[in-house]
Design a protein around this ligand. Structure first.
Ligand code: 5GP
Ligand code: MN
Ligand code: MN
Ligand code: MN
Length: 295
């Protein structure tokens, strides 16, 4: 199947209603996975996944299990301030994993240049009124957001990991792809309109992807918001199930969707460390992948 054959779902703008339709042909299994107590077998690669730590890593009360590859699926900061990135980068250095992979989420405002430029323009074109009144503050202060969007070349502070943004890396012959985009919600970084806009980014994911990392969940798996609505992306689900068919899909974003799910073929991991109240209490999710032949 080529990249352009995924269709936009007619109910894409109402994911809850779309899921009611799609659900009829889905098998959703909730998996009860335990953290392994032994190291990975020699012919396997151990992945350790977290997400949505929101600069609260100093508050975690669990140990991060050792493994070969550490994955963070975005929202490592509150608003992408330089100091937050430096702090996270320092913490990454303290982790024992040989490979560390990080993507952004909607909170990493400074990593989305288009967002930052646009935000600065909006603010400077305003003559009166306070910033808090007119632009969403994302639970941050005006100064923090201004500081974030004025950070130049923020990626330079993320030195202790492989940073993926619509890009891939191969580790031990395992193909991993990462992308930060999510369906629009509240005017954050890496927001895109549901439907064609989101799909245009999912179309960049190579068919040959073993582990997919996105910030947003796909529709129907780990995307149930506490209000009862679904927030995942319909086109991401179609792309994952019909075209890319990775072994694992790792994401976060919908904190209350934390857990491991399966459709019978693909394993979906919502690795959100923070819960809905931004308390970083969900433990990392660990899985082992057999080494491909010849590795
Ligand atoms: P964050 O601000 O960290 O990206 O998301 C925090 C929480 O906001 C999520 O756990 C979820 O409750 C809510 N949220 C984020 N994105 C969406 C969305 O697209 N739709 C809905 N209904 N809620 C969302
Ligand atoms: Mn989050
Ligand atoms: Mn594939
Ligand atoms: Mn998020």
């Amino acid at each position: 199947m080529d990249n352009n054959s995924i269709n936009v779902h007619p109910l894409t703008n109402n994911p809850t209603a779309a899921w009611k339709e799609i659900f009829k042909n889905q098998k959703v299994l909730k998996l009860n996975v335990k953290t392994p107590c032994k190291p990975a077998e020699p012919n396997k690669v151990r992945f350790v996944c977290m997400s949505d730590t929101h600069s609260l890593i100093r508050n975690i009360t669990f140990d991060v299990p050792d493994g070969d590859v550490y994955i963070h699926a975005g929202d490592f900061t509150k608003c992408g301030q330089k100091e937050e990135v430096i702090q996270f980068n320092k913490w990454l250095m303290s982790l024992p994993h040989k490979h560390k992979i990080v993507i952004c989420g909607n909170h990493e405002l400074s990593f989305d240049k288009k967002f930052s430029d646009c935000f600065k323009k909006t603010v400077s074109s305003r003559h009166t009124g306070s910033l808090e009144d007119e632009v969403p503050n994302y639970g941050n202060t005006k100064d923090n957001i201004n500081d974030a969007v004025n950070t130049e070349n923020v990626r330079q502070y993320l030195t202790n990991c492989i940073y993926l943004e619509d890009s891939a890396i191969e580790i031990y012959g395992i193909k991993i792809y990462g992308t930060p985009w999510q369906p629009e919600f509240g005017g954050w970084a890496f927001n895109l309109q549901r439907g064609e806009e989101c799909l245009s980014k999912w179309n960049l994911i190579p068919n040959e992807t073993d582990i997919l990392i996105t910030h947003t969940p796909p529709l129907g798996y780990g995307d149930l918001v506490c209000s009862g609505v679904r927030a995942g992306c319909a086109e991401l689900l179609s792309t994952v199930q019909q075209r890319v068919k990775p072994k694992y899909h790792v994401f976060g974003h919908i904190h209350e969707g934390y857990g491991v799910f399966s459709d019978g073929k693909i394993i979906y991991i919502n690795a959100s460390t923070c819960d809905i109240n931004y308390i970083p209490k969900n433990i990392p999710i660990v899985f082992d992948v057999p080494l491909p032949e010849g590795q």
